[in-house]
Design a protein around this ligand. Sequence first.
Ligand SMILES: Nc1nc2c(ncn2[C@@H]2O[C@H](COP(=O)(O)OP(=O)(O)OP(=O)(O)O)[C@@H](O)[C@H]2O)c(=O)[nH]1
Ligand SMILES: [Mg+2]
Length: 600
Amino acid sequence: MEDGGKDSPSSYSLLKDGLLRCLDEMLAMEGVRGCPCEELREKIEANTFNIAVVGQFKRGKTSVINALLGAEILPVAVVPLTSIATIMTFGEALRVKVFFNDGRVAEVKPESLSEYVTERGNPKNIKDVNEVVITYPSPWLKEGVRLIDTPGVGSIYQHNTDVAYRYLPKSDAALFLLSVDQPMGKAELDFLADVKEYSSKIFFLLNKADYLDEGDLRESIDFSINVLRETLGPNVRIYPVSARLALEGRLGNSPETLQKSLLPGFASALNTFLMEEKGNVLVTSAANSLLRMISQAGFELDLEMKSLSSPLDELQKKIKAFAAKKQEVLMEKQDFDILLNGETKRIIKNVLDEDLGRFRKDLTADEQARLEEQFAQMKAKTLSSKDLKGSLEQSVISHVKQAFNVWRAFEDERLSKAFEAVCGRFVSRIDETVDGLLKFSSDLFEIPFDAIRTEALWTAKSGFYYKFKDDPVGLELVASTLTLALPGFIGEKIILRKMREYLCQVIDIQSGRAGHDFSERLDKSKLDFRWEMLQRIEATIEGISAALEKGVARRSKGEDEVARRVEAISLAAARLEEMKVKLLGVRAGADRRSKAAPPR
Ligand SMILES: Nc1nc2c(ncn2[C@@H]2O[C@H](COP(=O)(O)OP(=O)(O)OP(=O)(O)O)[C@@H](O)[C@H]2O)c(=O)[nH]1
Ligand SMILES: [Mg+2]
């Protein structure tokens, strides 16, 4: 990566490749049971990390993305411009895909991007675009990093602010743009309070540094830092940059200009952060999961060895004792199932239903007031009743749709947190059950076993089990099925009354859909979690039973057969040991990286 931390991405790739190689080996290995290798691989490969670029309008958000990518891909302007979120993701070539609210997807030419994502080309989003996804071969976007350009908040275009808010819950980190020509104000701080709710890491960029000489720039940085410290405490850091110079430097291949832009300093910090947060946490927890599986597989080999060599009557007794324990554990598993169902229902009742009720009440009140105001304004324009009805209807639909989109994003996040918290409790209890079973067997058969705590992979990032859905629930159907059937001539008062009813109906239907959609998603998330987690208990039971049975069965086939198996077991155990050493190396590599990362 030209912009900073030269060795970091490759080192992360090395760790990741090491991990993937171990996964391959484990897949090919007989005896490693219950390895969710494929799922682990998918999680490692699809480990996306969303960086939202946010801020008040015109601070240079879009320009910073262009500067980081070193290409003039996204349209910038002096007037409030970005109106639709654009997601930059890795791909071999520059390609632009437009996702519409009604589910359509269209690939468009990069030159026509501004017809979709700007206030100028797509005023008030008349084209009904949901989001735009652009692929581009930038090193920044490798390893699943996605840069999200959001519309500026605080301009006269409320719908732009709404779109920006919709993307906050999806961000793993945020680049918060300030600029030297607009001293930080209250609106910025208010917005920051909201961003803070969702992004665990915020980078502050003070853009347009090229406007000022060194002294003035220092003063500008100090001013913003002092303002930020009041809210965030003493450890705030601001990176002054000039997106304009950075892009100039990148396009003109001028290292001096690039240095002058100060972007490399920020880029290096961002890179270190990505390594640490995105790479290391995932690598460590995946390595731990695999180490645990290896130690379990090793334990099973030891058990089989025991069952090949212990006196038969003693062995039979122990197998019986194990069978009793097995029944006990299966009962526990059933209890987990019932509890998990109950907990999911509780989330639906206590979180979803309550939130939806409150949102619906507030929205109805707000929209009633807005409708009346709009009605009064329109009446003054003496429109025909058909036109009056038409425009009120349009505006009800578009406001309700917008409001639901924003709410849905927030609710998604809340439900995800509630659900992951439940998962968290279950995972540790399931771990305890599995460990208890292993400990029991280890004592029974006198084989040492060291349980490795998994600190399950999902802790690396929330939303591991919770099924997020990106496309908003469409309102189109509502609009067409509910069109008001009114006679040609009608009094204005009746129109207002009918519109009020219409508004309530639209909100009703939309609430019903959103509620249904959310509870369905929670149910699916629960099933997924259940499948992945509860089957670990069964896999452990099966593993132990199979190891014992294999040994006993083999003994009936004579001594030669037993000797052959003993040799095979020793070889497999040695291979597991090798793999363990490799994985410990990968884990230590990740650990070293986080310790080496400079303080920010
Ligand atoms: N001098 C100078 N101008 C800049 C710099 N970065 C951006 N600009 C200018 O600032 C204006 C706004 O830039 P954009 O990137 O469109 O800002 P934005 O924050 O994405 O704006 P919205 O999407 O409308 O909120 C444009 O005229 C840019 O050319 C910079 O580093 N230096
Ligand atoms: Mg912009």
